[in-house]
Design a protein around this ligand. Structure first.
Ligand code: AMP
Length: 118
């Protein structure tokens, strides 16, 4: 699958669309979800052109992976999510319900989340 450069997260990363940025480093960006499903609902994006966890995991450099983890850790610390817990989600592809074809990790917290029987 070829990466779609028109997707909204690519536009946000390149400052061609607005977003509420809460953190960034060289290779990752954190924005607030425009349609939050929990009191805290952040999206962690690699700045590189990866459409899924799979392409990121396969092709990203160690530095890019570390920067993504640093961004996740920032959010957890900034919003004190470790106190009561949180959830990381990476919807992937059609079956996974991914709607934006740029790899992103949802971080949800701030209330008891439904478990979907998992
Ligand atoms: P997914 O379904 O996992 O691909 O998630 C995409 C997420 O991006 C959804 O939760 C949307 O609410 C969110 N989203 C879409 N457009 C924007 C935007 N412009 N700024 C922030 N979040 C967005």
């Amino acid at each position: 699958m070829t990466y779609d450069k028109e997707n909204i997260f690519c536009q946000i990363i390149n400052n061609k669309a607005p977003s509420e940025r809460v953190f960034e480093n060289e290779n990752a960006l954190v924005i607030k979800n425009i349609n939050p499903r929990a009191p805290y609902h952040l999206l962690v994006l690699p700045k590189g052109e990866y459409e899924s966890y799979t392409t990121f995991g396969t092709n990203a450099t160690d530095r890019e992976k570390l920067d993504l983890m640093e961004a996740i850790n920032f959010v957890i610390k900034e919003y004190h999510l470790d106190d009561a817990g949180y959830r990381l989600v990476a919807n992937t592809g059609y079956y996974g319900g991914q709607s934006v074809p740029h790899f992103h990790i949802h971080i949800l917290g701030g209330e008891k989340l439904p478990t979907f029987g998992l």
